[in-house]
Design a protein around this ligand. Sequence first.
Ligand SMILES: O=C(O)c1ccccc1N[C@@H]1O[C@H](COP(=O)(O)O)[C@@H](O)[C@H]1O
Length: 243
Amino acid sequence: MSTHRLELLPAVDVRDGQAVRLVHGESGSETSYGDPLEAALTWQRAGAEWLHLVDLDAAFGTGDNRERIAEVVRTMDIKVELSGGIRDDASLAAALATGCTRVNLGTAALESPEWVAKVIAEFGDRIAVGLDVRGTTLRGRGWTRDGGDLYETLARLDSEGCARYVVTDIAKDGTLQGPNVELLKNVCAATDKPVVASGGVSSLDDLRVLATLVPEGVEGAIVGKALYAKAFTLEEALEAVSV
Ligand SMILES: O=C(O)c1ccccc1N[C@@H]1O[C@H](COP(=O)(O)O)[C@@H](O)[C@H]1O
């Protein structure tokens, strides 16, 4: 059990070189927010301790933004969680070599379980697994393909020593409809490992609700659309979760 403050991870998702937000993670639903480095620096200047950085092209299989992403990580003084397209030794080595604090594996955890077990054993808490779900069905390959049952996969990853999970409710992602608290509670009840909540944060009250889940295992919250849409500032968000 943790009594820590909820960590906030502002998101910078990169598609075609631009910082974007999607709705339900659907390719083609992008709203562009300009230069990803500028976005990342904005969150850092506002007091962020973490950045959740996603190469969306790599996740969708439409190319990659590796150079841009590496530049962002290089420039940041804060911790970076990096995801998108990290599916084999070469992409993992490139991601870790950026100097990011940890990587977040999605599709690989569904399609390459042996490789994921191996890298969990090798890299420990530099590896997190993204559990991106519709209902309780995991989705991979840019959230376009079913990838098995959430709780079966969670049990397997737990048994392999996975250090942390980033749980996204795809139905909520990019919608400003509030997080799926029930899902987060259920995942926390199923694992002793920390959970980072993703999807749906719309207000400071949502963050306060997520902060109440810290004792159950919610370690952090990814905040995307709400910050870009200026529903609140990051400074306000950090204040709201400081207890
Ligand atoms: O973050 C998104 O909006 C998103 C949308 C669609 C697909 C993936 C998305 N983000 C993150 O990308 C990784 C998964 O990438 P991969 O499957 O390992 O290549 C995961 O962290 C998603 O949450």
